[in-house]
Design a protein around this ligand. Structure first.
Ligand SMILES: Nc1nc2c(ncn2[C@@H]2O[C@H](COP(=O)(O)OP(=O)(O)OP(=O)(O)O)[C@@H](O)[C@H]2O)c(=O)[nH]1
Ligand SMILES: [Zn+2]
Length: 399
């Protein structure tokens, strides 16, 4: 995958400042990822990141999965930092004082699963764990701490999967506490983080927002603690933040199925029509901080492809809109697009924060299919984005 955005086919279009910005923001050295593609045939182990605010039900979900029949050998990794309750305690009892010691102890669980606990959640740390174990797993579930920002974790795994890594990012599942989530979204961080949460440019961006905006699946848990009407309100608010994610409601994290909800999400290697259908066509104002916006436009002609890429690069790397300098400040957290080309081919685009990946596939989806670009982020003013895209595609900027 060309996750650094520096597509080989359009080298002259890459702006030096944009590259510098990307490199400063992300890894120092993002190698050319194209070389890794052939290795994709080697079977890689999917990793699902399970995130969610403190006490939302992450551990309850993992526990539930491990007792269900799924026919997989699952390695559960707990990012132990800050986690201290029930199952974590049991599961990590043997390595409480020896996080540096090797080998890292694993605790056997039901169904041939194992569990371990780590401080580091880098790709190397996880590969290291797998090597030490000397055993193959079908699946890895990583429970992050309640305060983790998945926007920092996802690119780490997503980028590396093109580098011949033995793992690949399958998707992000965010657990939400139905009883408390609206309060978390409205009030911002806990007291200890209040300072950071304040922002001169508008409403607060909370950990809860970040976990919801980056999610591929959102499980609204603890529905036993709210009325039907409250539950609907929570669903509507969350849908307004993230129009791409699949949403389920549960009690005790008992998801109706594992496939597609927790396991095998394929959220980072596919962009299906159904993915984009969830997204609202308009722009909801239910949440003042983060929203989902969909831009719809006709199939691109030859000249427009590089202009479209310029639009993406400028928006993601420079956080400005070409041809609309007056646009309000914004942040893009997640992006998915299906863009038919007039030559009958189709671009599938995925993005997390400033990193994006474009794949060109054969065959557009259907007759007269329109291109759809779905954006999730902060401060996205639909009409400015639409205007910028329209002007850029028309060739208003020489690139
Ligand atoms: N009433 C109710 N309680 C639940 C539900 N799901 C989980 N709990 C309880 O909520 C508490 C927190 O659940 P956990 O699964 O430990 O939550 P977590 O997200 O792992 O929490 P941290 O690791 O501390 O961030 C536990 O006491 C669970 O038994 C639910 O659907 N309803
Ligand atoms: Zn937990």
């Amino acid at each position: 995958m060309d996750g650094d955005g520096s597509d080989d086919e359009v080298p002259s279009l890459v702006q030096p400042e944009a590259n510098a910005k990307l490199n400063a923001d992300e890894d120092e050295e993002i190698p050319n990822l194209v070389a890794g593609l052939d290795d994709a045939a080697i079977s890689k182990v999917p990793i699902t990141i399970v995130t969610g605010y403190l006490g939302a039900g992450k551990t309850t979900l993992l526990n539930y999965i491990l007792t269900e029949q799924h026919g997989k050998k699952i390695a559960v990794i707990l990012n132990e930092f800050g986690d201290s309750i029930d199952i974590e305690k049991q599961l990590t009892v043997s390595d409480q004082n020896s996080t540096e010691a090797k080998p890292i102890p694993f605790v056997p669980l039901a169904n041939g699963c194992i569990c371990c606990s780590v401080k580091d959640i880098g790709v190397a740390a996880i590969e290291n764990l797998m090597e030490q174990r000397g055993e193959l797993f079908d699946y890895i579930l990583l429970e992050t701490t309640g305060l983790a920002d998945p926007g920092n974790i996802a690119p780490m795994f997503w980028l590396d999967d093109g580098l011949g890594s033995t793992i690949f990012l399958d998707g992000i599942v965010t657990l939400v506490d139905a009883k408390n989530v609206l309060k978390s979204l409205d009030e911002g961080y806990g007291d200890e983080k209040k300072e950071e949460a304040h922002d001169d440019h508008g409403p607060l961006l909370t950990t809860a927002h970040l976990q919801i905006s980056h999610a591929d699946v959102i499980i609204i848990n603890k529905t036993d603690l709210v009325s039907g009407a409250e539950r609907e309100k929570v669903v509507a608010r969350i849908r307004s933040i993230n129009g791409l994610a699949r949403i389920e409601t549960t009690t005790k994290s008992q998801v109706p199925q594992l496939e597609g909800l927790v396991l095998d999400l394929n959220a980072y290697n596919e962009v299906t029509d159904a993915d984009l259908d969830f997204a609202n066509k308009g722009h909801s104002h239910l949440d003042p901080t983060i929203t989902t916006t969909t831009l719809i436009f006709p199939p691109l002609g030859e000249d427009e492809v590089s202009r479209f890429d310029f639009f993406l690069r400028t928006m993601l790397w420079e956080e400005t809109l070409p041809n609309v300098p007056s646009a309000a400040p914004f942040e893009i957290h997640r992006l998915k697009a299906r863009v038919p080309l007039q030559n009958g081919r189709m671009l599938l685009i995925q993005g997390v924060r400033s990193i994006y990946d474009t794949n060109e596939v054969t065959g557009a989806g259907g007759d007269a299919e329109m291109a759809k670009l779905v954006l999730i982020g902060k401060g996205i003013d639909h009409s400015s984005f639409e205007q910028s895209l329209r002007l850029t595609l028309s060739g208003a900027t020489r690139i």
